[in-house]
Design a binder for this molecule. Sequence first.
Ligand code: NI
Length: 185
Amino acid sequence: MSILPIYLFGNDVLKTPAKKVEKLFQEDLILIKNMFETMKNSNGIGLAANQIGVLKQILVIDISEMEDGKKTKPFVVINPVIKKEIGKWQIEEGCLSIPGIRADVERAEKISLKYLDEKFIVHHKTFSGLMARVLLHEIDHLNGILFIEKISSKKRKEFKNELMEIKVGNIRPNYAIVIAENLKE
Ligand code: NI
């Protein structure tokens, strides 16, 4: 297994919608294993394939270390389709691709989701609370959307300098990263 570098804010791959997975190949199973390893290494609770530079609709989740997720197991979600969103709540979010920035984001409290697992078996499940939150954040990634696009423009302006610092590569988290292509020397 290998730890993959995480693409930071400023990379186009984070703004590009990922493609549906039509068939799972051995390389995809290796990719999924590496995504779990990469997420663990960076202490993340969710990771979308866009964040490691792959435009496939694959995300991994592990909230077992969180107070609200102690009984949950890590799992992979392929080709997610949100069937229903219920309620609204605000909670602070962060993102491995936007290190150091955290902000309150409003999202649905409960969701019904159709997705495939790593054996390509279809699931229809309902998720709520933190699990729904992480899923919605990661599904946004697969659609090329970052959480900072979901906050008020006033709030986003407050992060302008920090976002620029990430973009130009002045922010170095304690995990492997890829800074924006056009800004590399
Ligand atoms: Ni994120």
